[in-house]
Design a protein around this ligand. Sequence first.
Ligand code: PMP
Length: 351
Amino acid sequence: MGGYLMQKHRALPAYVPGEHAEDDSFIRLNTNESPYPPSPSVAAAVAREVGQLSYYNDPDCTALRAALAGLYGVQPENVAVGNGSDELLAFAFYAFADADHPIALPDITYGYYDLFAAVYGIPLRRIPLKDDFTVDVDAFCGAGCMIVLTNPNAPTGYAISVDQIERIVRSNPQSVVLVDEAYIDFGAESCLPLIGKYDNLLIVRTYSKSRSMAGARIGYCFGCADLIAQLEVIRNALNLYSVSRMAQAAGEAAVAENDYYMDNCRRIMDTRRMTTDALREMGFEVLESLGNFIFARCPQMAGAQLAAALRQRGILVRRWDAPRISEYLRITIGTREQMETMLEAISAILV
Ligand code: PMP
């Protein structure tokens, strides 16, 4: 690589995303996308905005923030919107931590946090999940630094309760507790009611999973008005126009059709139940997930080998060469038909 990159960035690890398959030749169960399309009015809303593309988009995302505030029973000042939740997470890391203010997080969680911390020079305090992969809540209480928790966690799918989150938030008043609720619509309980009570709680969410719009790049977050204003200082300085006209309109249209998305979530939860039971029947260890994915280990075959065999049969799943989890596959819940195809493929591989 050329020599212009600042020395401090040269050792940055590369984020390794799930394999990107652009065509339909694969069943994509590796990036936790929704198998269902966006609701009908989204396409029309996007098309309308195309005619306005010569004009800048609203930097304040006024209509989308108002729509989200209405849907979730908060005020627009409690909401910020970003270009995918990854952007909001990156802004939050930059806003609320630095080289002298570390972040505590579980050792097994969403991998992009490592990159945000690395690029900003934020030290990470990794608090191991317990042996059963549950979050060590007591270890986070009174941590005395910013805390980042995915709830439900990825890739385990295990959630902690609102009471447990409240204990962590209450015991850590001098630092922000960021709860990433990317997968909250698949059965776990949101800690949203707590934002009225605590000024250090930031909840980050995404349209990429339950709202079928990973490619639109829409993230949003909730917090008390003052915390959101603090986050906006960084958003304002770095990328004020990051949520395109099309994304804002798509996001607003989706709020108006919320029932469609919640129906899809129920379908995914039913399919998760069916898939979990079927894999357990085949002898797999499957964690009881509250996400749109399951985390499963095959007793008869190494994880890497099984993932490769599934890929050969046109099915992509995700796995990591990481301590404690290298034998597990994270399998996104697709349609019932896709999961039946996957189960048949696994049966054929294991005979
Ligand atoms: N948080 C978690 C826990 C995730 O799994 C993901 C998606 N991989 C994200 C955030 C990022 O989502 P987005 O598409 O909104 O950037």
